[in-house]
Design a protein around this ligand. Sequence first.
Ligand code: URA
Length: 194
Amino acid sequence: MYQNFEEIKRDCLNCQMCRLYEGRHNVVFGVGNPQAQVMFIGEGPGEQEDLKGEPFVGKAGQLLDKMLYAVDLDRHKNIYITNIVKCRPPHNRDPLEDEQDACIRYLRAQTKMIRPKIIIALGRIAGMKLIKPDLRITREHGVWIYTKGIWMMPMFHPAAILRNPNQMEEAFQDFQSLRNKIKEVCPQVYVNEE
Ligand code: URA
């Protein structure tokens, strides 16, 4: 249906399909390289993201950038980052089922256009929506599944790691696992690495 990324973005920026549009300052469409082979998907914008119009720019985002850097990934170069819902839920509550369902069309269109080889679900909400509804993040983070030509893995949400720093080591192991998977299925991601 969509011919290019800009068309998806235009529809998304004008969206009023659920109640979340009422309180937004900005629609947070996504950031990164639309030709990326690796996508990161979080749950929804927080306060900073709503104000800036970019995903993961608050404290959790800074931690995410550090972990990405540790495995030679960069939000402006070789990945694409977005969320299940593109508008901030009030007081950072979890996005409701009907809000997720109203918004998922944009994520589907983005994914169809990007055609990633790997998708990382950041946190429980994204993991439940993208991988399986009864996902237990503490038990199943770091576990790869292969579906419809895409490798998917749930990871701890960086905000959860900030609340629970004892998860940091396992989170870094998941990033190493991601690095290995990239080298296995889409090594071009790293071709510009010296
Ligand atoms: N948490 C998310 O899930 N997404 C963001 O963009 C920011 C915080």
